[in-house]
Write a protein that binds this ligand. Structure first.
Ligand SMILES: *Cc1c(COP(=O)(O)O)cnc(C)c1O
Length: 384
């Protein structure tokens, strides 16, 4: 063969016999078949074997299987990010004319999707009070095809009564999807409460280092699996094996990271309860957090995000100035990494908006707690 052909047609020479302790990064779009009789293009890769890189390589399949195992899922799909996971769930369970229930405190871009693309497709998304519990029955219509839960909710941290909502939904044959990002799939046993689908932004705790985008969509049962699979394929929701490899590495240290983050976060949140500037600390492990009793009942621990509400005397400009005065706490979206973050929410979207302009959401990282408290002390001092 000419060397040009050799460059392209080389048979693999080094693949056999190497058993790494970790999962190698398999990149690939084309999957090679031995003969045309074996050709198949089917998203049921877990049952049929590999057919096309879109559905996963050994690296992404390993990550999916690990997440499914941790969450106790029937099957997990890996997608390119948490928002992609949310989109996949909407599009798998809704038709034109469908009605969806979404809590007020859901992750913001989920609302953008419902008011944007989904509204163009005549899918109507109605917001509900996250603390509604079994009262959700009254909102369910014949055309309701999906109920979303997110617990704790974004920014305002309310804990939902999942068993009550699931019971009401299933009584009317409506599937329930949970944004389970906060729990990292381990602090809340979502499927034990009967939810049909649990999704995570793996970008957060599984990735754990603010350097990748991935999402997981875990089906609790075969019916949900068969709804999700075809839409995952039709939308071409491929994900990066390189990012999956980083997520597999993230899983190895997630246990110690979560433990350290929980401890530091509780210490910082506790310290904040004694500050006169702070009206409320919204951390699920504190009685001041709406739904705290449900958190005690349903969760096995807490994570690294929580919010504070400043006293009404403080103006939004002062709250923003407080955030700007922090130096170890960086200002930025996303969370679950090793760096502490602070974000003000001057235009928080909540009915009545009682905390508008006075709320700051923190992500606590792996810095030393005393340094974080010193940083907060300095920022509070600038408000005098
Ligand atoms: C970050 C986040 C998402 C979206 O994840 P991305 O990977 O950033 O797209 C979804 N839900 C919650 C609760 C989040 O915090």
């Amino acid at each position: 063969m000419h060397w040009r052909t050799k460059l392209i047609q080389a048979e693999p020479k080094s693949t056999d016999g190497f058993r790494s302790l970790t999962t190698p990064t398999y990149r690939g779009s084309t999957v090679v078949f031995d003969s045309h009789t074996q050709l198949t293009d089917d998203w049921h890769e877990a049952q049929l074997g590999y057919t096309y890189g879109l559905y996963g390589t050994p690296t992404t399949r390993e990550l999916a299987a690990r997440i499914a195992d941790l969450e106790g899922a029937f099957h997990t799909f890996i997608v390119s990010g948490g928002q992609a996971a949310i989109a996949l769930i909407y599009l798998a369970f809704c038709n034109a004319g469908s009605h969806v229930l979404l809590p007020w405190n859901a992750y913001g871009p989920s609302k953008d999707l419902s008011e944007g693309l989904l509204s163009r497709l005549n899918i109507q998304v109605e917001r509900y009070d996250p603390l509604i519990g079994s009262g959700i029955s009254a909102l369910i219509r014949p055309e309701t095809s999906l109920i979303w839960c997110e617990s704790p909710g974004s920014i305002t941290m309310e804990i939902q009564d999942l068993p009550a909502i699931v019971a009401a939904a299933h009584a009317r044959n409506v599937p329930v999807a949970l944004d389970n990002t906060y729990s990292a799939g381990v602090l809340l046993d979502a499927f034990s409460f009967g939810v049909d689908v649990s999704m995570q932004a793996l970008t957060k705790y599984v990735g754990g280092h603010s350097d990748l985008f991935l999402g997981s969509v875990s089906a609790g049962n075969e019916a949900a699996f068969e709804r999700l699979g075809p839409i995952h394929r039709q939308l071409g929701m491929a994900s990066s094996p390189d990012d999956a490899s980083l997520a597999l590495r993230g899983l190895q240290t997630m246990g110690v990271r979560l433990e350290a983050l929980e401890r530091s976060t509780l210490a910082v949140a506790e310290w904040l309860t004694h500050r006169l500037e702070v009206a409320t600390v919204l951390h699920p492990a504190f009685p001041s957090c709406p739904g705290h009793d449900l958190w005690k009942r349903d969760f096995t621990g807490s994570a690294s995000i929580f919010s504070i509400v400043f006293q009404p005397a403080y103006t939004p400009a002062q709250v923003n100035a407080f955030v700007d005065a922090l130096s170890l706490f960086k200002i930025g979206y996303s969370w679950g990494g090793v760096t502490s973050l602070a974000l003000p929410y001057p235009s928080l979207d909540r009915p009545g908006n009682p905390v508008q302009g006075r709320i700051v959401r923190f992500n606590i990282g792996l810095e030393h707690v005393e340094d974080l408290i010193e940083d907060l002390t300095g920022a509070f001092a600038t408000l005098q």
